[in-house]
Ligand binder design. Structure first.
Ligand code: KG4
Ligand code: ZN
Length: 335
């Protein structure tokens, strides 16, 4: 089975993967520069870009080697690379590298939308999943509910009108002094807390399928300011429960309006335990199949980019060498 090399450098992960045409993963390597950004509490674009330059060659060579391919002249059918959305200086490293490899190896390459990559992640473990599919795509930069009739077709039903879900986790964690990134630490802490100890307002009641998290972040700040008596675990549990409740309520509304056979979680926040449990039980209740990607395929990786690229290349989507990075590439513009 012919393989595609995937390359991902849109944020702080430098990732490369080799995936076969039937979506089996031959290798997936992820290096993160996150340690360089922890003190600031967010990704520093300049540092992320420099880290990609230093890391991209060894990461790609490792991915090819682990897939049993010759890193100098691998037998691959093509290259898929994230060309947007993301940090422009980071995107350009991966994109330029992919173009150079495509030229040197004389193979086609395709620029992939990072969000479409996240949407393909559940298929890495369930290549034959039943369509139509509803995906709750929640990451550090985006939060949306996407309906898909088939692979590569997407209708954005609703999205955040302010912060992304992961961004809310990161901001609340910074406020509570829990470090960066906030998702994993709040998720962990929340398991020992009691959400009812800190009542928070529910957001976006009756506002269609759009989402909003900045009000919740402000509510946490207001409710905890000067309150040394509150247990951090209770704050984490209350924030997590309120955020998950909004996401699950909106997902339920989307599923009530669109008949689907599968429901999936995607994006870094898909690693969240409350959300995974909630989506699994919602799917059981509605009699549809839930697809919750393994944690390594929730957060940024190149296997999902390769998977999206395989679809794009098979449908005549090879990119010209003149392709530019698109830092604000909207999923709705992917055709
Ligand atoms: O998809 P991703 O790796 O990068 C983007 O494309 O944004 O998502 C990163 C985001 C961060 O905001 C991080 O705090 C969040 O995913 N995250 C989580 C969890 N693990 C990562 N949020 C909630 N619960 C988690 N367990
Ligand atoms: Zn992402």
């Amino acid at each position: 089975m012919e393989c595609v090399l995937g390359i991902e450098t849109s944020c702080d992960e430098t990732a490369a993967a080799v995936v076969t045409g039937d979506l089996s993963i031959r290798s997936s390597v992820v290096e993160s520069s996150i340690d360089q950004h922890r003190d600031v509490g967010g990704v520093v674009p300049e540092l992320a870009g420099r880290a990609h330059v230093a890391t991209i060659s060894p990461v790609v060579a490792r991915a090819l080697g682990e897939a049993g391919l010759d890193p100098r002249r691998p037998a691959i059918a093509g290259i898929a690379v994230t060309s947007g959305p993301g940090l422009v200086g980071s995107l350009l490293v991966g994109l330029s590298f992919a173009k150079a490899l495509a030229l040197a190896w004389d193979v086609p390459y395709v620029g992939v939308n990072h969000l479409e990559g996240h949407l393909f992640a559940p298929r890495l473990e369930a290549p034959g999943l039943a369509w139509p599919l509803m995906t709750l795509l929640v990451s550090g930069g985006h939060s949306m509910i996407v309906y898909q009739r088939g692979p590569g077709e997407h209708e954005v039903l609703g999205e955040t009108v302010d912060d992304a879900a992961g961004e809310a986790y990161d901001k609340v964690a910074r406020w509570l002094g829990l470090g960066y990134p906030g998702g994993p630490v709040i998720d962990h802490l929340a398991r020992e807390g009691v959400a009812a100890n800190l009542p928070l307002p529910r957001g976006m009641l009756g506002e269609g399928l759009d989402l909003s998290f900045s009000g919740l972040k402000t509510a946490v700040v207001r409710a905890t300011e000067g309150r040394d008596d509150l247990a951090l675990a209770d704050v984490a549990a209350a924030f997590q429960a309120t955020l998950a409740e909004q996401l699950l309520r909106k997902l339920r509304a989307a599923l009530a309006a669109h008949e689907v056979r599968s429901v999936a979680l995607a994006g870094g926040v898909a690693a969240n335990s409350a959300l995974r449990e909630g989506v699994a039980s919602l799917a059981t209740e509605l009699g549809v199949t839930a697809h919750l990607p393994a944690l390594a395929f929730c957060t940024d990786n190149a296997a999902m980019i390769a998977a999206a690229g395989i679809h794009r290349l098979a449908h005549g989507g090879a990119s010209p060498l003149s392709l530019s990075a698109r830092p604000n590439w909207d999923l709705r513009e992917v055709a």
